[in-house]
Design a binder for this molecule. Structure first.
Ligand SMILES: [Zn+2]
Length: 63
């Protein structure tokens, strides 16, 4: 499953920031802080990334 390039709600580009988000969370940073850093202030965009990351995490654990 590929993350949508843009937020469904507001149209902000989220896909390009997603790899950075995953990398930093894996390094141990707080997901909320990373989202703030990347400039995702609206909950619609944060939800796009966070919900997608949860799915990836579950898939990754299977491997
Ligand atoms: Zn949005």
């Amino acid at each position: 499953m590929i993350i949508p390039v843009r937020c469904f709600t507001c149209g902000k580009v989220v896909g390009s920031a997603y790899p950075e988000y995953v990398k930093r969370v894996k390094m141990g940073e707080e997901p909320q802080k990373v989202l703030d850093d990347l400039g995702f202030e609206r909950y619609c965009c944060r939800r796009m990334i966070v919900s997608h990351a949860d799915l990836i995490g579950e898939i990754a654990q299977l491997g």
